[in-house]
Design a protein. Sequence first.
Length: 625
Amino acid sequence: MELIDLSIIIIYVVLTLFIGIWVSKKASKGLDSYFLGGNNIKWYYLGLSNGSGMFDVSGTAWMVGILFLYGAKSFMFMWLWPVWNQIFVMMFLAVWIRRSNIMTGSEWILTRFGDGRAGRASHFIIAVFAIISTVGFIAYFFEGAGKFMTIILPWDLSWFVGETLLLSSEQSYALIIIVLTTIYTIKGGMFSVVATEVLQYLIMVIAGLLVAGYTFINVAEVDINAVLSPEWRSIFFNNELGPHWSDKFQAFNDLIDSEGYKMFGAFIGMTLFKGFFASVAGPVPGFDFQRILSTRTVKESAYMSGFTGLVLYIPRYLLIAGIVVIALVTLVPEMSTNPGLNGGDLEVILPKVINNHIPVGVKGLLLAGLLAAFMSTFSAFVNSGPAYIVNDIYKKYFKPEASNKHYIKASHIASFAVVGLGVCMGFFADSINSLTLWITSALYGGYVAANFLKWIWWRFNGWGYFWGMVAGLVVASLQYFLDQNKGNFTEDTFLYEVSHVHAIYLFPIIFGVSLLGSYLGTYLSKPTDTEVLKSFYKEVKPWGWWKPIYTQLKQEDSSFEKNNDFWMDMLNCAIGIIWQSSMILLPIYLLIRDYPKMLVSLVVFLITSIILKYTWLNRVQKIPN
């Protein structure tokens, strides 16, 4: 680490802390101000903040690894999350969510199921889910940041008591970053988070442009072509993946065969199946949900969600593709002869390239950018998670009448507690990949069915929601437990076979069990009060099976019209997924010098943008404020 690089990082950290603490005085007016910015923050700042929050170090390291190994097809791997849930939010869900005028995702549930026992049960389970997922994501960031910083920075920060290791260097680095980020996040709430994330986004964009520019100038096209195969460059696939690497790099083909994605057609089919239901279910109660609720108007919630995708993918993939191209021409010979090559090795490609192949000055800005990526995502979760503890549990059930100062102090304590639990969980995480699987399969798998039904079916009630969530979370957590202990089962037994099935292929079972819990919970209990359903449907106006409620509202007000936009929304989502994918592929093809495919990606991006201007943007502009 040269002095100029270290100076850039220190200046960035000091500037971030200064801005975060400087704007914190705005957060002292109450919970609404603390967690939502008082609904006074402009939509484009929230969009930049939201995009910055999604630009995390752990996810970037994982994306570098899968792009390196699988090539252009790797953008489809992100459908595991699924990344295009942001498209569904942009097209219609942001408008549905923002119309509720509440503070958190679990408080929103009460507008759907009422404030009786069933409504409170559903409210409680989603608040618990939000807290658990926040803790899980903090552990995910803890693992990724520690691994990243240890390889980059030269100092060994291991702590020993005698000969016993108390803290590894990875854990020490992660703790330092987390403490610094927690200070301004807790102090200033949403105002500090958004202000610092806008700064962090600008730094990340500059870093991405510098890395892409350096790669384009210093890596020769002939060196890239010597490594890449036509299959690596192609986004098309058959039912089974073919060799992506030449024979002299056979170790990488062997790794692809061992990772569980060989039957790529089935894998993509399952990600599409999961992705549709997970996307219609809506964003999990976290920072994305919080940004939607923070917008000033319903119309601006849609603008913010669309702007998030527009500002995120091209800068992020300029950085990712630049790192991968450098790795392809510098690390491939070393890694392809490594007999111990495994998926974990791919997680360190990002820091290895930065450490050994990025020039002075650019390295400092890039490290500041990646540090910004970590801090922005982490601060977003630290701001959103405690809102559920304070607003949805503490205020509602224990201290309904207290001063704003008291609730903000409670928010500070809740934030420290959430961070502490996440860090503790991070100490026991095996790898970024294991945490990714837990979040995407167990947590998200248990969330989908109940949250899909809440939008589209009038008869679905609070107990159905509660038992659907519980059933999904239990069976998904069981699947994760089996996956983590698969080495302990005897071969050819049922548990051994189930534990070795990839998580994505078990999603239909998780989804089915959760649907069964939702169905039984609904039909073994009373329907939600009609007045609650009428109020919700009139306010939010979702499409789906709402005929009995619509009929009553129509009788009361002959001018009331139902939502007939299902097919238009689905068409826009399909176009939006292609639009989003083109923004990922465009920088990849640019930096591997595949100009024909780059031009195709650019044309697709422009055409889909023009279409969405007429099919989406013009419709949003007609929404009343």
